[in-house]
Design a protein around this ligand. Structure first.
Ligand code: NAP
Ligand code: FE
Length: 369
């Protein structure tokens, strides 16, 4: 019997000059906006200029909080929330990669709820968050279409995600040209994050008929970008395909969540400063190897959509795109593996992801000290 549940509240508009062409849509959210972004992404991508022009044209007042760090911490989110509470905006516009977009969502909750940032994870919000308009400048996280916000928590020595249905951005404006200012390294790292969302969603216990449709379309688009990702010279048309693939990956994980790859990747970012997408990418070939023992036909479908003849070709591709020199000791591998095996992400993976499975994935993916 075909059963599924699909509820997706974000309006997505994709195309060139999307902000300029939809300037009047900002009026739906109020007269006073707070732009939340990082140090440079909004400026160098051209997105900030487009948003400022749109807001000025609509006579909407705004201020800019441009201090979001990469992998934002609780402290960083608190600073953004204090800034926002003083300004008291009607809505928030997040511009940037996943870091500013996730910060925008967390801040949107904190402005309307008098709680500390570390209370966000309890998901007990009395009031609805402010509306968020999300404008991605990387093609990777899909955060513009998910309810999730991922925050670095030093007390827990890792990154922690949280999300409620009210946290989906109301509007996602996608313009592939914004990612044109990314260098080839961040382009690849972020593209591999998008790929990992697509693959993890497909290999999740929670995958359903509709999430699979987004994954299959996203994998096909991503597969068409491989040649340019390999060379590092990425055209605007390919950037658009990556952005849509990333968006589809986001829509898929909004329904299924991620799996143990993300849980294993977080300590690699927290302790070893690997960019988020790269952390996932270096584990992915081994994750496919594990899944070929529990979901062979799904793994084959993934490889076919990516035009890879087998897992070895896929492993060589990941190595080319996000090759690494990280070395871990047996103690580190054990520690990260045990923690990852206890996460919700692990329980969403197919088969039985024990700590030994996680040890094998890490061990086979990384060099050892
Ligand atoms: P990011 O941390 O947002 O950005 C990485 C770097 O790229 C930053 O230095 C950023 O500049 C720069 N950058 C962004 N866009 C640019 C552009 N167009 N031109 C030049 N530089 C640009 O990276 P990300 O991979 O997109 O996001 C990673 C975060 O998202 C992690 O915290 C991860 O856990 C989270 N995530 C969230 C979800 C979700 O569903 N919510 C899913 C996966 C991952 P700035 O310093 O100016 O920002
Ligand atoms: Fe991710």
């Amino acid at each position: 019997m075909l059963e599924f549940n699909f509820d997706f509240p974000t309006e997505v508009i994709h195309g060139k000059d999307v902000v300029q062409r939809n300037a009047s849509r900002m009026n739906e959210f109020g007269r006073k906006a707070l732009i939340v972004t990082g140090k440079k992404s909004a400026k160098v991508s051209g997105a900030l200029q487009d948003v400022e022009n749109a807001l000025t044209k609509q006579k909407i007042k705004y201020q800019i909080f441009d201090r979001v760090e990469n992998n934002p911490s609780l402290l960083n989110i608190t600073a953004g929330a204090e800034y926002a509470r003083k300004y008291a905006p009607d809505f928030i516009i997040g511009i940037g990669g996943g870091s500013p977009l996730d910060a925008a969502k967390a801040i949107s909750v904190l402005v309307t709820n008098n709680i500390a940032a570390d209370e966000l994870f309890a998901l007990d919000f009395k009031n609805k968050p402010l509306p968020v308009v999300a404008i991605p400048t990387t093609a990777g996280t899909g955060s513009e279409v998910t309810q999730y916000s991922v925050i670095t928590v030093p007390e827990r020595q890792t990154k922690v995600g949280f999300g409620t249905k009210d946290m989906f951005p109301r509007l996602a404006l996608l313009d592939g040209t914004y990612a044109g200012s990314l260098d080839s390294t961040i382009t690849r790292d972020t593209a591999v994050d998008a790929l990992s969302h697509l693959i993890e969603s497909y290999l999740s216990r929670r995958a359903n008929f509709v999430s699979d449709i987004f994954v299959e379309a996203g994998l096909k688009l991503w597969g068409q970008c491989i040649t340019e990702l390999r060379t590092g010279v990425v055209s605007t048309a390919t950037r658009e395909s990556l952005l849509v693939a990333s968006c589809f990956g986001g829509i898929a994980i909004a329904h299924t969540g991620t799996t143990v790859v993300h849980a294993l990747g977080y300590p690699l970012t927290y302790y070893h400063a690997l960019p988020h997408g790269r952390a996932n990418g270096i584990l992915m070939a081994e994750y496919l190897r594990y899944n070929s023992t529990v979901a062979k036909s799904r793994v084959e479908k993934i490889l076919t959509r990516l035009n890879c003849t087998d897992r070895h070709e896929f492993a060589a591709l990941m190595d080319h795109l996000v090759g690494h020199k990280l070395e871990l000791s047996d103690e580190q591998i054990n520690e990260y593996a045990v923690a990852a095996s206890r996460t919700k992400n692990a329980s969403h993976s197919l088969g039985d992801v024990t700590s030994q499975v996680c040890i094998d994935i890490l061990h086979n993916s990384l060099k050892q000290k």
